[in-house]
Design a protein around this ligand. Structure first.
Ligand code: FMN
Length: 211
């Protein structure tokens, strides 16, 4: 297991009131995964009581040091090392049950395409495929401008929206590859704000249903 579970309970040592929300971040092989530490820090500083866990694809792990993040991190290997026999929990189902909200940030072109088609060949896409439709799923696309402008992108984003998932739109800027245009992941502050909007709804509704 690639995790820092000893630190995990520190998330909630604060004076925040109300229930704890379990936030699962899914991150993929976009250069915007460089911002995962910042996103985690800002979510933990939210006015809501939150517990954060991360699910990462293999390629996302190139962009941040999982050993310094103060939250539990799961990768594809964990799915198989934690399951030995039929009594064992199945990680992608357990994480789906645990999470109140899933935020895929960044969502790269590859995983966007896979989710749009219903593919589930890793831990993150299995969680998405098994996602409970009455829980919010937010996604923040991030890709090169030419990838973003490819006609298939709009179709795939539309497919995700048709499943009830909420887009956090990408923004225009000079990208890491030095192309300028749309495709950069939304600012982390924007992502946190969107998450908080959903936590607010969940706080005020005893039952949280289709959003
Ligand atoms: C340095 C680097 C940066 C990348 N940035 C992006 C990106 O921002 N968006 C994207 O869609 N793909 C990006 N890619 C390509 C993805 O990493 C590649 O499609 C990979 O297969 C994605 O796998 P995953 O979706 O399982 O994480 C990048 C690749 C490299 C080497």
């Amino acid at each position: 297991m690639h995790n820092n579970s000893s630190n995990n309970n520190n998330n909630n040592i604060n004076i925040k009131q109300g229930r704890t929300f379990n936030i699962l971040i899914g991150c993929t092989g976009s250069v915007a995964s460089l911002k995962i530490p910042k996103l985690v820090e800002e979510l933990l500083a939210s006015k809501y009581k939150v517990c954060v866990k991360i699910v990462t694809t293999k390629h996302a792990q190139h962009f941040f040091d999982k050993n310094v993040l103060p939250v539990e991190i799961f990768c594809d290997e964990d799915e198989w090392t934690t399951w030995k026999s039929v009594e064992d929990p199945i990680l992608h189902i357990e994480l789906r049950r645990w999470a109140d909200i899933l935020v895929i940030a960044p969502l790269d072109a590859n995983t966007l395409g896979k989710i749009a088609c219903g593919l589930c060949d890793n831990l993150l896409t299995c969680i998405v495929r098994a996602w409970q439709p009455d829980k919010p799923l937010l996604f923040a696309p991030a890709m090169n401008t030419m990838m973003w402008n490819h006609p298939i992108t709009a179709n795939q984003v539309q497919a995700l929206k048709s499943f009830g998932y909420k887009e956090i739109p990408c923004i225009e800027k000079v990208l890491a590859c030095r192309d300028k245009g749309l495709g950069a992941m939304a600012e982390t502050a924007t992502i946190v704000k969107k998450v908080e909007e959903h936590l607010e709804k969940m706080s005020s509704n005893h039952y949280y249903y289709f959003y």
